[in-house]
Design a binder for this molecule. Structure first.
Ligand code: IP8
Length: 261
């Protein structure tokens, strides 16, 4: 789909992940919604949004061991609780986008997707393409899915984004996080950490890309970068915390964070 941009809003950005609370970060979410809305007023382009889970998904998923596959009856309750919690977050994200004047709509991955050993193997996109073609903004998210081998597994938004980017032939992927891009060491712990402007197959193995150490059940930065790199689509990791960057990126500016080629 020509011109399609897939925008991933990290769980750390839209929720109070740092405080471990299943609450949205209203201030950041509303600003991002306004930036997306301003960009869409200046330029028409098909847009799909995928958001992460933060404590809404990772806390119950961990509590019920959902990433370990289906082992006991109690996990069915965990599936229901985790999915329901993600639905609440998805509703709040769509609500913020709608308040900013965007025709966004909730899009539920677990009702159509199937994993096999944590890999997405089935995700029909005909409806999604129709939704995008008429100008709506579908908003999907990391979710709990049926897994052909493990019974159940977690679908990370970071796995869904490259899958959809490839299948829908997106022109660009923009990943919005709570740091300015990928650094040579953890910028939250080391003030001398240097931003890596570009990651490609030539330098990835020599880089020390940290992985998320918090409650995430879906793997951190390493997996994110490697999956993006396998795509032959330009992608960039940028910060949500610097006002204006998301709007600039949506309007086509490059080199705002770390470009992955
Ligand atoms: O935050 C995880 O999605 P992510 C989804 O995009 C759940 O990795 C349910 C934990």
């Amino acid at each position: 789909m020509a011109e399609l941009i897939i925008l991933k809003l990290g769980g750390s950005v839209i929720t109070k992940k740092g405080e471990g609370k299943a609450e949205v970060n209203k201030e950041v979410l509303e600003r991002l919604a306004a930036e997306i809305s301003e960009a869409r007023k200046e330029k028409e382009f098909p847009l799909m949004i995928v958001h992460g889970a933060g404590p809404f998904g990772h806390v119950p998923a961990k509590e019920y061991g959902l990433h370990e596959g289906l082992k006991d009856e109690r996990q069915i309750e965990g599936f229901s609780i985790t999915h329901h919690s993600m639905e609440k977050l998805n509703f709040l994200v769509v609500e913020a986008l709608r308040k900013a004047g965007l025709n966004a709509m909730e899009f539920q991955p677990s009702s159509i997707g199937i994993l096999r050993n944590e890999e997405l193997v089935h995700f029909p996109t005909e409806a999604l393409e129709g939704i995008l073609n008429i100008g709506l903004i579908p908003v999907a998210y990391g979710d709990v899915l049926v897994d052909e081998k493990k019974g159940i597994s977690i679908l990370s938004g970071d796995h869904l984004v490259p899958y959809l980017a490839k299948k829908l032939n997106a022109s660009r992927v923009i990943i919005v996080t709570d740091v300015a891009g990928i650094f040579d060491s953890n910028p939250k712990e080391n003030k001398d950490a240097k931003l890596i402007p570009e990651i490609n197959s030539g330098n990835i193995d020599s880089l020390n890309i940290g992985s998320s150490t918090s409650t995430d059940v879906t793997g951190g930065m390493q997996r994110k970068v490697r999956e993006l790199m396998r795509l032959e689509i330009e992608s960039e990791i940028i910060s949500a915390l610097e006002p204006g960057l998301v709007k600039k990126a949506l309007l086509g500016e490059r080199n705002l964070g770390t470009v992955i080629t």
